[in-house]
Design a binder for this molecule. Structure first.
Ligand SMILES: C[S@@+](CC[C@H](N)C(=O)[O-])C[C@H]1O[C@@H](n2cnc3c(N)ncnc32)[C@H](O)[C@@H]1O
Length: 379
């Protein structure tokens, strides 16, 4: 696994806690970058819970603008700083406790300063054509204060244990009192308390909805393109990292896109085909595509010895077919270690396949570098 020691670069700080309802396309970012004020390209997004993110509304003005700059600007440090500012601005509301994401390219002789400007940074799911709008879950609890993991009456706990009851160590919620995933249950879907529950915000069954808290960076690797690396602090096992966000598409649209992506050797498509959704025969209804829109998780590379895993999770979604793909650490991660998951899913003898396969899979040589590398990976 690669280790990234970031170069000593000092960064300007960006204003981050902003009310997006006040944002207009011409408003100045007050702190700017290196004292230079910038226009903001933030999109206000949906303003009510009934409203939702739709792929047809995906912002692209910033990307178009940057891509129209002369090549020398595109490879400048200034453009990298704009990328970092775009990340901070797009995520300030949904992950208020998240340390800022930095971008590094430590590869000698490689002058790319930021990943390609081919996507809009967002932590949300943007619904494509024909994909139903989010629906509220019919399950909500009426607990007072934080939910009790031993409660006899909490409706959310009852639903969660309905899925996990056969697992060893299955009592209680999916998270411990530090908000870490119970690794014995990592192959089961998470059902968090939602906006209609009456429990408090401090409830231990609310983790994904509070956003990332650990430090990660986007770093160029020698053989796998851009990747995601831990920051300066170790990350404990079971820590929530982020949602594999992107466009939520019908299977037919995913198939069509997959054929195109395979031609240029990079894909960001994942099928939603968790074991508990497969009834009589496996059926894929939706796929997630992070090519045009996504967050740092779109840079997570494949490893045959992964330190992260994907877990399906429901927050404000009652449609079982539309879980969020949430990324958690599989074990303790050292500072500056690369974060990877297995694109094949976790090899396991049990009936439960805990991570989805990529759509339209074709094999290419794997460069994960693990001692147990199988030599090839899905595209
Ligand atoms: C979801 S993207 C990961 C981010 C990508 N490295 C980038 O620069 O945008 C998946 C693509 O990364 C590359 N990749 C990921 N893991 C790899 C591995 N273990 N060996 C070789 N290439 C890998 C492949 O091109 C793959 O299609």
């Amino acid at each position: 696994m690669d280790i990234a020691h970031p170069p000593d670069i000092s960064y300007a700080t960006q204003g981050s806690s902003r009310d997006s309802s006040l944002v207009t396309e011409t408003e100045d970012i007050s702190s700017g970058i290196r004292g230079i004020s910038l226009e903001t390209w933030a999109s206000p997004g949906p303003s009510s819970p009934q409203d939702y993110y739709q792929a047809k509304d995906m912002p692209h003005l910033l990307q178009d603008h940057i891509n129209s700059l002369p090549p020398s600007y595109l490879k400048s440090d200034f453009v990298r700083e704009i990328f970092e500012a775009h990340i901070s601005e797009s995520t300030a509301e949904d992950e208020p406790d998240a340390p800022q994401i930095r971008i590094y390219n430590p590869i000698e002789g490689d002058d790319e300063t930021s990943p390609p400007w081919e996507f809009h940074y967002s932590n949300h799911m943007w619904h494509g054509e024909g994909v139903p709008a989010p629906e509220y879950s019919k399950v909500r609890c009426s607990c007072k204060g934080p939910c009790d993991p031993k409660s006899k009456t909490c409706a959310c706990l009852r639903r969660q244990e309905g899925y996990t009851r056969d697992a060893e160590g299955a009592k209680g919620f999916m998270y411990d009192n530090k908000g870490r995933l119970n690794m014995k249950l990592m192959q089961y879907p998470i059902f968090e308390c939602n906006d209609l529950c009456s429990c408090s915000d401090e409830c231990r069954n609310r983790v994904v909805q509070h956003g990332r808290k650990c430090s990660i960076n986007i770093v160029k690797t020698k053989e796998k393109g851009w990747g995601v690396f831990a920051g300066e602090k170790p990350i404990p096992e079971g820590t929530y990292l982020g949602i594999y966000s992107g466009e939520l598409l019908s299977d037919a649209e995913g198939e069509e896109r997959g054929l195109k992506y395979n031609k240029f050797g990079r894909t960001y498509l994942f099928n939603i085909d968790w074991w508990y959704l497969q009834r009589d025969e496996p059926e894929i209804k939706y796929v997630v595509d992070a090519y045009h829109i996504g967050n740092f998780t779109r840079f997570l590379n494949h490893s045959c010895a992964p330190n992260c895993c994907l877990v399906p999770c429901y927050v404000n979604e009652g449609n079982l077919e539309k879980p969020l793909f949430t990324v958690f650490t599989l074990h303790d991660v050292q500072p500056y270690e690369e974060l990877c998951f297995s694109y094949r899913g976790l090899d396991d003898d049990s009936d439960h396949q805990s991570a989805p396969n990529q759509t339209d899979a074709i094999y290419v040589p794997c460069r994960c570098g693990a001692a147990t590398c199988k030599g090839k990976m899905f595209l």
